[in-house]
Design a protein around this ligand. Structure first.
Ligand SMILES: C[S@@+](CC[C@H](N)C(=O)[O-])C[C@H]1O[C@@H](n2cnc3c(N)ncnc32)[C@H](O)[C@@H]1O
Length: 227
């Protein structure tokens, strides 16, 4: 059985049972191969914009002897048709790239799909985009690997668009959890926002820091109350 990294294990937890999965930016196809080995999903379409990752994926599929997985070359969700998949994973890339992939897809705004995102950078930007575009974030899972913090976001479209608060952009649904990685993530975000504030204060420009100060206070309260 393939051994997944802790980051991809966290991603795998938000994939539903017995679905057809699209893994966008699959690289080695570790996630779909693991989920097929486990019998959690029925089939997978593993896509990548580059040919060499798909060669890695073909090797991994061969070594692990799994079937029911198709490899497709192309940008974002363009190699996939709307009726082929139920769950869509976009993991291991920056938030801007994930947003561009959603923006370029004509069919992703449909409540039948379960999305699992794992941004490597600018998670706040992705949360903001999802709220403003009518995707509900229903759960987040935090994990840590090699001293890096990762957040996995489960989302589905419900058409309810709203402007996310600074606090929600910073923490999303993480405060609803009660595990050590979520607590670490809250602290990580708190320290990041404090560093941003110090930088602005040091620059001594005319930046209005009141919203940032308010967000830091809110994160601090959540962290202190966290069980
Ligand atoms: C760092 S790897 C992540 C692999 C795997 N998803 C994971 O989380 O471990 C990012 C992969 O995304 C692919 N990629 C980047 N932009 C893409 C896009 N717009 N459409 C499809 N694949 C893309 C890259 O070629 C690369 O193989």
């Amino acid at each position: 059985m393939l051994k997944l990294s802790k980051r991809l294990q966290a991603v795998s937890k938000l994939v539903r049972d017995n679905v057809s999965l699209a893994d966008i930016g699959t690289d080695h196809a570790y996630l779909p191969v693991f989920l097929l080995q486990e019998g959690k999903i029925n089939r997978a379409i593993a896509c990548d914009i580059n040919e060499s990752p798909l060669k890695n994926a073909a090797g991994c599929i061969r070594e692990n002897n799994v079937s029911d997985i198709e490899l497709r070359l192309g940008d974002g969700l363009s190699p996939v048709s709307s009726h082929e998949v139920d769950d869509i994973v976009i993991a291991g890339m920056g938030a801007e790239n994930i947003i561009a992939i959603l923006d370029n897809c004509a069919w992703s705004k449909d409540k039948r799909y379960n999305f699992v995102f794992q941004p490597m950078t600018r998670t706040e930007l992705l949360r903001e985009y999802l709220c403003e575009s009518g995707y509900e974030i229903y759960k987040e899972i935090c994990t840590e690997e090699n001293s890096k913090h990762y957040c996995v976001i489960g989302a589905r479209y419900n058409g309810n668009c709203f402007k996310a608060s600074e606090l929600f952009k910073a923490l999303g649904k993480v405060p609803e959890n009660s595990d050590k990685y979520s607590k670490q993530y809250i602290l990580f975000q708190l320290n990041k926002y404090k560093r941003i504030l110090s930088g602005l204060n040091r620059a001594q420009n005319s930046h209005d820091t009141s919203l940032l100060l308010k967000t830091i206070k809110e994160i601090e309260e959540i962290y202190n109350d966290y069980s």
